[in-house]
Design a protein around this ligand. Structure first.
Ligand SMILES: O=c1ccn([C@@H]2O[C@H](COP(=O)(O)OP(=O)(O)O[C@H]3O[C@H](CO)[C@@H](O)[C@H](O)[C@H]3O)[C@@H](O)[C@H]2O)c(=O)[nH]1
Length: 476
């Protein structure tokens, strides 16, 4: 599970902390989960907040599982007047809930107090755990990787313990392009490859929390279906606290209806990818046999990463070795190597087919297009309660800036060699899927050019009807 954050001011750490807590608490065996947070802001405050959050998680996660709590992002859970348990009311639940609220309050206070202060005045100082952050500049610093929590001493943290939690601030240097979110995603992919190498990867913006604790199981239902191998499963982007009638068109349900062709677009957040698909495999070439030399040429010079990529491409994992208890720390040195800003220079990362794609500010659409172009299909999964909820832009200007960014990104794709029309003739993009890509391009550019039009168009969903995966579940 990947979470990206980039700016502790625009994206306050308490928001990232809630996203991380909601992911750590999902209903799935914890020994199979790891949460990696990429911090492009290289902020000691974000790191400090995650350390404190991991302490709170040791209480919060067992509490959520014991009482089958539905909303597992504490800021949302405690935002309603009457909190509820999925297992019915009891005085024990009330007592524990009060305690949990108090503990969450303490966590918020610690983070708030730390915000705006210099780390030297915190409990933790630069000389301690934060030494790595001393003298760093946001755009010029070495890689910092910290294993905040490794799932090994889990007996006191509830029966099942907690998933691994790893903090990553990739190396930045003014002379090296960092490729924004796409670059961060590629570093997350490599670091997780040498640490845990799970065959599926969920990616999340820091401001979207898991609203449905069963999300991993829903994704599994689709991705383990032997009848048809899907490249990725996308959940819709929905937002809490949106304005009535969604005048700025934030409730993005764009493309939900195209599953009847090759499938949903990749929307950048709330999406499960197969690792081997991100590593460039085509559906027809599913054996995934590559020589070590080829792997090193494609994925860079780390032998450890090449080995893990070789396993992932064959559909295996290195869970028997790397994730066995106590081994995560052993891989930090290699993880530092693959997170370096020089690492990609002699490799194919970000180029067509390998990793998250460089060349467009909408790296999500470009990456999804690349996957469809290779012949993979995808699914839109829309369970009830809604899978993920995010924080919508606060007003018209913020919405317009966002839509302008998307429009620019989509235009960059249109005028590049990766124009979907070309892929219809040179690769495996279906013609109707290509039309859908052209349709979002058109829509996005249109939306950014006229707010009144966006009010009319963005609140309606795509007219193309669908084979999207709609899962109903009774609310607990
Ligand atoms: O250099 C960067 C820039 C951004 N981010 C993170 O990327 C995410 C999305 O960035 P944001 O500025 O919030 O972009 P939005 O337009 O709100 O995001 C939508 O559009 C993006 C581009 O299409 C997608 O990447 C996102 O997943 C999708 O939610 C956030 O978590 C950021 O912290 C980084 O990690 N590094």
């Amino acid at each position: 599970m990947f979470v990206t954050t980039a700016d502790p001011v625009l994206e306050p750490p308490i928001i990232t902390v809630n996203t991380v807590l909601s992911l750590m608490a999902v209903d799935y065996p914890v020994s199979k989960l790891a949460c990696y947070v990429s911090d492009d802001g290289c902020s000691p405050l974000t790191y400090y907040s995650l350390v404190e959050a991991s302490k709170f998680a040791r209480l919060w996660v067992p509490f959520c599982k014991k009482y089958n709590v539905h909303v597992r992002a504490p800021f949302r859970y405690f935002s309603v007047a009457e909190v509820s348990s999925g297992n019915g009311e009891s005085s024990e639940f009330r007592q524990e809930c009060e305690k949990m609220k108090e503990e969450y309050g303490k966590l918020c206070c610690k983070i708030e107090e730390a915000t705006g202060k210099q780390p030297s005045s915190w409990d933790v100082t630069y000389s301690g755990d934060l030494a790595a952050f001393a003298h760093v500049e946001r755009r010029n610093h070495p890689t910092i990787i910290k294993v905040i929590w490794e799932n090994k001493y889990d007996t006191w943290a509830g029966e099942e313990g907690l998933p691994h939690l790893v903090y990553i601030s990739r190396e930045k240097h003014p002379e090296h392009p960092h490729h924004y979110r796409a670059g961060a995603m590629n570093v997350l992919t490599r670091v997780s490859g040498v640490m845990t190498n799970a065959p599926l990867m969920l990616n999340m913006d820091c401001d979207m929390y898991a609203n449905n604790p069963l999300i991993v199981r829903y994704a599994m239902c689709v991705l383990l279906d032997a009848r048809r191998e899907e490249g990725f499963v996308q959940f819709p982007q929905s937002f809490y606290g949106a304005l009535k009638d969604d005048p700025f068109g934030n409730q993005l349900f764009v493309g939900a209806g195209i599953s009847g062709i090759q499938g949903a677009f990749y929307g950048g957040t709330g999406c499960f990818h197969r690792r081997k698909v991100i590593y460039g495999l085509c559906p027809v070439d599913n054996t995934g046999e590559f020589s070590e030399k080829e792997l090193l040429r494609i994925f860079g010079t780390s032998i450890e990463f090449a080995e893990s990529a070789g396993l992932a491409l064959k559909g295996h994992t290195n869970s028997q070795t790397n994730t066995s208890r106590g081994r995560l720390l052993d891989s930090v040195e290699v993880a530092n190597q693959v997170a370096g800003c020089n690492y990609e220079s002699s490799s194919n990362w970000g180029k067509p087919n390998i990793g998250w794609q460089y060349g467009s500010t909408t790296e999500d659409v470009l990456t999804g297009l690349g996957i469809h172009t290779r012949g993979w299909s995808s699914v839109m999964c829309n369970p009830y309660p809604v899978a993920f909820l995010g924080c919508a832009p606060t007003g018209g200007p913020a919405s317009l800036t966002q839509q302008k960014r998307w429009a620019t990104g989509l235009l960059e794709i249109l005028i590049s060699g990766r124009n979907p029309l070309i892929s219809v003739f040179t690769a495996k993009l279906q013609f109707r899927q290509c039309l859908a890509y052209l349709w979002i391009n058109n829509n996005s550019n249109f939306l950014s050019s006229a707010i009144p039009s966006s009010l009319l168009i963005a609140s309606s969903t795509t007219p193309i009807s669908s084979r999207s995966c709609k899962i109903q579940e009774s609310t607990s």
